[in-house]
Every structure is written in structure tokens, then in C-alpha cells.
Ligand binder design. Structure first.
Ligand code: PEP
Length: 249
């Protein structure tokens, strides 16, 4: 069975609740699709108004972060229960900005992946190498290490429902897209790793996105690759271009 493509926007720290509603309305006619899953991952404060604004459409909502705790004295955090109750289906975990700026390590991210499943949320788990790592030839070793650590204790049944986003750090927000060959090579290696950790069936089911300066012009070739099941899109998800990315064919 062919995997259904999933195209997710990562709004990062952009859009007030008022602006978020306006963006959803602007995008509504452009992102209609029967063929792909469309997701907006939005700032915590935008979740409630955006869930309301997409009601009755094909768009699902995700959070950009989740606490590794259930509740309690963790000022500023947002729990899986809150995200789920607010209407999210997905949650981004391990974006390179959080790994880098907020020092989220793999043991911490592994706890977050477990929390997502505890609250019936689908993790969009990010991984990716720096420019130095690519130039040193350790890209695949690094990504194997990240994913093997992040997935400790996650069952095959859970993994089969997950989304993994391969995002080379040097391509995020830089306008520098990985070549189609580079993106396919790593996404293929990730699928092989999933087969190694779990089994061929899980590897066949898991969805693997490419992320890093995806645009309306680069999306068609990237998404045509056998192991690329869609994209995680930052900058372009805040513009009308996102509609062209969703309807890339
Ligand atoms: C991202 O934030 O996940 C991302 C890929 O950003 P951009 O598309 O802007 O490079």
C-alpha cells in the first residue's frame, strides 16, 4: 500500500492568535487536497483559535513542543493532555532549533516521544546533521545515533504511525535546499534503520519527510522520490506558496 504524503507547516514563533486566524483563512482555498495530509504546527497560544478556524476542512493541527512531564510545577511548559484536549493530532519533537538553542538532548527527546504516545499524539520527530558533520562524512552515523536514541522503548506498532522529518540543519531557513539525491539518500537510510530496529513492515509504513527550505519549485522533485513522503516546511508555510507545495503535482 502506498504511503500517503504528509505536508506539514512549522510556523515556529510566528503569528499572534489574530494573525493566525487570518493566515488560516487566506490559506483555506489553497490547501484543499484529497491526496495528501495537511498539517499546521503552530505556537501553543495559537492552537485553540487555529483548531477552531480549520474545523470542517482537511487541515489537522500540531503543536511545536510537548513537555516530558504530565502536569505540575513546570512553569511555561505545555503538557500532552493540554495539546490533545485543545484538538491537536501531531506534535513536533526534536526540531534542531530546540536541540541547539534549548539544549534538548536525545534522552530528553526520547521521554517526549513516549509522552506523545501516552496522550495519543503522533510525533513528527526531527533529525539532521550540521554542515560540519556533512563535510566530515558522518551524516548517516549521526542520524542513526539520534534516531536510535530517540526511539528507545518505542514499539513497532507505535513507530509505524510516526512521522520522521529529515532536516539538514544547513538547509533550514537558509534558502539552501539539499539536492534531491542527498535528501533521498538520507531518507532511504532512515527507512533502512527503521527496518533494522523494527522490521520491514514498520519501515514500509513509517512516513519520512524532508525539511529545509522547501519551496513551491523544489517540492515536486523532492516529493517524487521513493523514500520522501512529504515535507516539513518552515518559511514557506506562512505564505500562499504553501498551497502550491501541498498541491505540488
Ligand atoms: C523547519 O523549520 O522545519 C524548516 C524546514 O524551515 P524552512 O523551511 O524555513 O527551512
Amino acid at each position: 500500500m502506498a504511503r500517503r504524503k504528509i505536508i506539514a507547516g512549522n510556523w515556529k514563533m510566528n503569528k499572534t492568535p489574530t494573525e493566525a486566524k487570518a493566515l488560516v483563512e487566506m490559506l483555506a482555498p489553497l490547501v484543499k487536497s484529497d491526496e495528501v495530509d495537511v498539517v499546521y504546527c503552530v505556537p501553543a497560544i495559537d492552537i485553540v483559535p487555529v483548531v477552531e478556524a480549520v474545523k470542517g476542512t482537511n487541515v489537522e493541527i500540531g503543536a511545536e513542543n510537548i513537555s516530558d512531564k504530565d502536569s505540575g510545577a513546570f512553569t511555561g511548559e505545555i503538557s500532552g493532555a493540554m495539546i490533545k484536549d485543545a484538538g491537536c493530532k501531531y506534535v513536533i519533537i526534536g526540531h534542531s532549533e530546540r536541540r541547539d538553542y534549548y539544549k534538548e538532548d536525545d534522552a530528553f527527546l526520547n521521554r517526549k516521544v513516549h509522552k506523545a504516545f501516552q496522550y495519543d499524539l503522533i510525533p513528527i520527530l526531527c533529525c539532521g546533521e550540521s554542515l560540519e558533520q556533512r563535510e566530515a562524512g558522518v551524516t548517516l552515523d549521526w542520524i542513526r545515533l539520534q534516531l536510535k536514541s530517540d526511539l528507545i522503548g518505542i514499539t513497532a506498532e507505535q513507530a509505524a504511525t510516526m512521522v520522521i522529518a529529515y532536516e539538514p540543519i544547513w538547509a533550514i531557513g537558509t534558502g539552501k535546499v539539499a539536492t534531491t539525491e542527498q535528501a533521498q539518500e538520507v531518507c532511504h537510510a532512515i527507512r533502512e534503520l527503521i527496518a533494522e530496529i523494527y522490521d520491514a513492515d514498520t519501515a514500509e509504513k513509517i512516513r519520512i519527510q524532508y525539511g529545509g527550505s522547501v519551496s513551491a519549485s523544489s517540492a515536486p522533485e523532492l516529493f517524487a522520490q521513493p523514500d520522501i513522503d512529504g515535507g516539513l516546511v518552515g518559511g514557506a508555510s506562512l505564505k500562499a506558496d504553501f498551497g502550491k507545495i501541498v498541491n505540488y503535482k
